[in-house]
Design a protein around this ligand. Structure first.
Ligand SMILES: [Mg+2]
Length: 221
C-alpha cells in the first residue's frame, strides 16, 4: 500500500520535494520496539531493573519531557529521557548510564533500518527527474544525520532541515520556510510527503504546499 502511494505521487510541474524521514522513508515502530527491548534487557541484566519498573519510570520521564519541551527537537531526545530516568530511578544524574543507553538504543535502531517498499524507487524517480529534495524532520541533527548515513540518502537528497536547527517543529511554518530557502524555491513549486496528518500534511497545506500522506489508509493530494 505504501508502495502504491509513492508510485502515485505526481512529479510533473514540481521543482522540489520536501519529505519527512521517520515513518515516511522507513518504518519507525519495529525499530523502536526492538531498540526498547534491547535497552530493557540491558537494565534487567546490569542494573536489576525489572521490565515493569523500567516501563513505569521511562513512560513517566518521557511524558514529562514531552510536556516541558513541547515543540522542540530535544523533546524526543533519548539522551534526556535516560538522564531523567537515572535521576528518577537512581536518585542522581548518571551521564555514563544515559550515554550508554542512548547509544544502545540508536545503534540497535539503525541496525534494522530499511526503506519502506517503494520509498527508494520514489527517491530515484525524483533524482532522475532533476527535482531538488529536502528532508524536513523533527528531531536533533546528530541522530537524523546518522539515519541519513544509514540509508545513504546523499545519493538522492540535496538538503535536510531538522527541528534542532529550525528551533521549532512541524507544523510550524518556519521549518518549511527554511526548507524552501535551502532549495531556493517557492511554495507552489514543491510538494510535501509525510506520514503525519497534523505535522506534515496540515503544516504544508497551511502554507499552500501540496501534500501527500504516506499511510496504509490511502492516498490523497
Ligand atoms: Mg514522520
Amino acid at each position: 500500500m505504501v508502495k502504491q502511494i509513492f508510485e502515485n505521487i505526481e512529479l510533473k510541474d514540481l521543482k522540489g520535494i520536501l519529505i519527512d524521514l521517520d515513518d515516511t522513508l522507513y518504518p519507525y515502530p519495529p525499530n523502536h520496539h526492538r531498540s526498547m527491548d534491547v535497552c530493557i534487557k540491558k537494565c534487567e541484566r546490569d542494573y536489576n531493573i525489572t521490565r515493569e519498573q523500567f516501563d513505569t519510570c521511562f513512560k513517566s520521564v518521557r511524558e514529562k519531557i514531552h510536556i516541558e519541551l513541547f515543540g522542540q527537537a530535544a523533546s524526543h531526545s533519548r539522551l534526556l529521557y535516560f538522564q531523567r530516568f537515572s535521576e528518577k530511578y537512581f536518585g542522581h544524574t548518571l551521564p555514563a548510564f544515559a550515554l550508554e543507553m542512548e547509544e544502545l538504543y540508536w545503534s540497535e535502531f539503525l541496525s534494522g533500518m530499511e526503506f519502506y517498499p517503494g520509498a527508494e524507487d520514489f527517491l530515484k524517480r525524483v533524482k532522475m527527474a532533476g527535482i531538488k529534495s529536502c528532508i524536513v524532520t523533527d528531531l536533533t541533527a546528530q541522530i537524523q544525520f546518522r539515519k541519513w548515513q544509514k540509508l545513504d540518502l546523499g545519493r538522492y537528497i540535496d538538503f535536510m532541515v531538522n527541528s534542532e536547527e529550525a528551533g521549532i517543529e512541524k507544523p510550524d511554518a518556519c521549518i518549511f520556510e527554511l526548507a524552501l530557502s535551502k532549495l531556493g524555491l517557492k511554495t507552489g513549486e514543491v510538494a510535501m510527503v509525510g506520514d503525519n496528518e497534523e505535522k506534515d500534511i496540515k503544516g504544508a497545506e497551511a502554507m499552500g504546499i501540496k501534500a501527500y500522506l504516506i499511510q496504509d489508509t490511502g492516498f490523497r493530494s
